[in-house]
Design a binder for this molecule. Structure first.
Ligand code: GLY
Length: 345
């Protein structure tokens, strides 16, 4: 089995990221070469557990317990974290033992936060099972849950010591969930590696995941705590988050919202100095990957939703622009100017 390895040097230690087809079938051996637990607790959800939980559990010669959360973003809340704490205590987990997140972004974020705070921190392995989690949320240490007031408002930066990425598991994804991850893949191409855009649809997904994770690793390593450069990972997300919010997080998936947001951000990039309007070619790639591209929401409503988002500082909004494909810039834009431009795109 060919395994590609990336190492992320975080402020609190190293995170090893392994990518390879079939890795899930040797996950326990990989874990035991890094951790020395007396027991293991796996957190998964009601969609992923029936597919992979028994296969993973059966590999350990140690006591293994599990929490199976109900699937869905609406369950990404503090009560899920509390459920995990109770299960960890009932299982007798100590600070030496291992917590594994087996699932998509929601499972990873909740489990990461539980691991960061249980007994003030227990070892964590992420095994992401969606494309979005493989290329984005399982890497870089952002963990957390939503509050009724907004998404990801409570959480911690907590690097998993190990991330095991098996592209074979992507074969069981519904097409819409796969497309969601492709929106993030296309984002990486726009912000950091235009050659990646040509790889899509031609190269093995394993190589594409590797290239995306490499970009994320490089960005996080320079700005782990999201005070500057890491913001470029939010290309398309400022308008995208606003649309998601206007749809009460049910009308559009995250990837669909980011797709629409990236096309709009590309138009804004052109209005703010990009020599060429790259929104057309970007829309073609998104469409070919089953993603929407047209911002159908009322612009005033988008502007208001965007202003209430956390990326606004004073009268300016930190906007991620791509004026040259493969290169992102963080540009403070006056709120009034943004308002004006939004009405035109
Ligand atoms: N998903 C954006 C970040 O990890 O910073």
């Amino acid at each position: 089995m060919e395994i590609k390895t990336l190492t992320l040097q975080g402020s609190a230690g190293q995170s090893d990221i392994l990518i390879g087809r079939g890795l899930l079938s040797e996950a326990a051996a990989r874990c035991l070469s890094v951790f020395s637990p007396s027991r293991v607790h796996i957190v998964s959800d009601s969609i992923v557990a029936p597919l992979y939980l028994e296969q993973l559990k059966g590999q350990f010669q140690l006591p293994v317990t599990a929490t199976v959360l109900p699937a869905g973003e609406e369950h990404k809340r503090l009560s899920a974290v509390e459920t995990i704490y109770h299960d960890l205590l009932a299982a007798g987990m100590t600070r030496k033992d291992l917590v594994i997140a087996l699932g998509g972004g929601v499972v990873g974020d909740i489990t990461g936060f539980a691991a960061s705070s249980f007994l003030r921190g227990v070892p964590l392995c992420q095994i992401p099972t969606t494309l979005l989690a493989q290329v984005d949320s399982s890497v870089g240490g952002k963990t957390g849950v939503d509050l009724p007031e907004g998404k990801n408002l409570v959480g911690a930066f907590y690097q998993p010591r190990l991330v095991l990425i098996d592209p074979n598991v992507l074969s069981t994804l519904p097409p819409e969930t796969y497309a969601d991850g492709m929106a993030e893949v296309i984002k990486y191409g726009c912000i950091a590696n235009r050659a990646l855009l040509d790889q899509i649809g031609h190269d093995d997904i394993e190589n594409i995941v590797y290239e995306c994770v490499k970009i994320k690793r490089d960005v996080v390593q320079q700005d782990e705590h999201d005070t500057g450069l890491r913001m470029i990972l939010n290309f398309g997300h400022t308008i995208g988050h606003a649309c998601e919010k206007l749809e009460n997080y049910v009308g559009l998936t995250h990837g669909q919202a980011v797709a629409v947001g990236m096309v709009a951000a590309m138009r804004l990039s052109n209005a703010l100095g990009a020599p060429e309007d790259l929104s057309g070619p970007l829309a073609d790639i998104l469409q070919a990957n089953g993603l929407p591209t047209v911002l159908t929401h009322d612009r005033e409503a988008v502007f208001n939703a965007l202003l209430s988002d956390k990326k606004k500082f004073g009268s300016t909004v930190n906007f991620i622009l791509v004026r040259d494909l493969g290169k992102a810039e963080i540009v403070p834009v006056e709120a009034e100017r943004l308002h004006e431009l939004l009405l035109k795109i």
